[in-house]
Design a protein around this ligand. Sequence first.
Ligand code: ATP
Length: 586
Amino acid sequence: MNQNTKQKRSAASWLAELAKGRYGEYALSVLTALLGVACSLIPYFIIIRLITALVNGTAELPRCLTLCAWMAGCWVLRYVLHSVSTSLSHHATFHVLANTRVRLLDKLATLPLGTVLDRSSGSYKNIIVERVDSIETTLAHLLPEMTTNIVGALAVLVLLFIEDWRMGLSMFIVLPLGILCFMSMFSGYNEKFQRTVTATKTLNDTAVEYISGIEVIKAFGQSRTSYAKFVSAAKEGADCFIDWMRGSLFGQVAGMAILPSTLLGILPVGCLLYMHGTLSAETFLAVIVLSFGVMQPLITAFSYTDDIAQVTTIVGEVAEVLSGKDMQRPERAEKLPADNAVELKDVRFAYHDKEVLHGIDLHIAPGTVNALVGPSGSGKSTIARLIASLWDVKDGEIDLGGVDIRTLPLAECTKHIAYVSQDNYLFDLSVMDNIRMGRKGATDAEVIDAAKKCGCHEFIMGLENGYQTVCGASGGHLSGGERQRISIARAMLKDAPIVILDEATSYTDPENEAVIQSALGRLVRGKTLLVIAHRLSTIADADQIIVVNQGKIEATGTQAELLASCPLYQTMWEAHISVKDDGEVA
Ligand SMILES: Nc1ncnc2c1ncn2[C@@H]1O[C@H](COP(=O)(O)OP(=O)(O)OP(=O)(O)O)[C@@H](O)[C@H]1O
């Protein structure tokens, strides 16, 4: 996805965009950190003055004590400024992280469903929680601490050159070696880190799959197979981590060891110059003290090399989701739908490369009841999802009231269509709030009214806490039939003029299905209704029955017309009747 976008935009540009609106706080954070570094450098000058006074024999106790008090003051101030800088950068960063997570979730709502489903929920959780968390180090620490420490080290280096340029040069005997060691970490780092990230993702997915499928695993005694899959993912993860650590550890450890040994370069040179009488003792001592002022901030700055190397991968994952291609919908509609008719014109659709709809032409008149029937896998749900704008057609056109839905804003389509899928997802909220999702701002009385009309008031009142009963994760505290009935009430509360029910009553028992069907009959009066149903008796009175077979429309008509002219429908009806006669299904 979006290789081009990824190539065009660097991690730094993405970070700058994510941090938009917080630049002031970051600038202030860097400024206070710089003042902190300045405070940490002042003690070096004081030490030099003390050394000079001691060497020259001009040192006096009160003056020495005053200088020590100044040093203590600078150190205290440095920590105060450091804390202020860190607080500012963290305050800004946690807001940026929260906004980034909101942006990611908003983005998922505007991406085509197919793009969203291409990744597992484990991967999304990984990106939205872990990856976004990892940006914290970059924004809250790297920016103020690394930049200021590098600036601080450079400032002291300049002073060292001013003190004695030859000694300044001697710093470069060991310093480049240390820096080179740190830099060596970058070789192959990205690939290795990327592999580690992928392995972690697989581990996440396997764990989520194991937990989601725990019912099947237990029922079919598959714990060994699934467990083996998880163990292998965990092992792969460990191998990747070890490989990545091995590749970067040497450079980091060698760099950390070499940088402080800069003295090995300046001591011999200093001794030589001192013995030749071209370097005074106080300058020599001052240079030694200043060299610590170069090394200490550099070591702090280089301790972040690991994080720098990870930035591209971390930001890249977040950016990949954020730069995903939205459904092509305009902000405003040029023309609004004239009525609630739906028309499919030579619609073709493919999941990835596999075409599953091969030129669908269909007219659904406003205010009519329509049913999609056909063998399993024939493409009924796909047609419903395309009309509901969950995906865009690959070819052809879908019109809503005479207007191509691609020229309507998504919100306009959503306003016109209420879609109840097979999944009937309920959130871990109260029954009241789950139904209220149908229409934001609906009063409790309106929610209860919708539930009553859909025939679910009785069973809701029988739940532990009535309408305040929490549905559990994915509605897990309720039965399949109860979930379906609440989903229908939610759709009905929305009161959209077009209603699509994709096997919305498949889990419901015959008795309750009859209640729902009669409630639906009243509720959808005057609306355009499209139902997908396997129980043909429930759609026998439909104005139009559309028979779908292998991604094509086989026939359309009323029940009587199809029984007279469509062999596939006849077969399906006979099969349905025979099962009904056996008493298995009503
Ligand atoms: N997300 C998906 N990714 C890839 N292929 C898919 C996806 N969803 C459905 N398909 C395939 O598209 C074809 C049509 O599926 P669809 O769900 O529309 O059929 P259906 O008629 O509604 O089936 P059923 O009655 O069993 O629900 C099938 O071959 C199915 O395997």
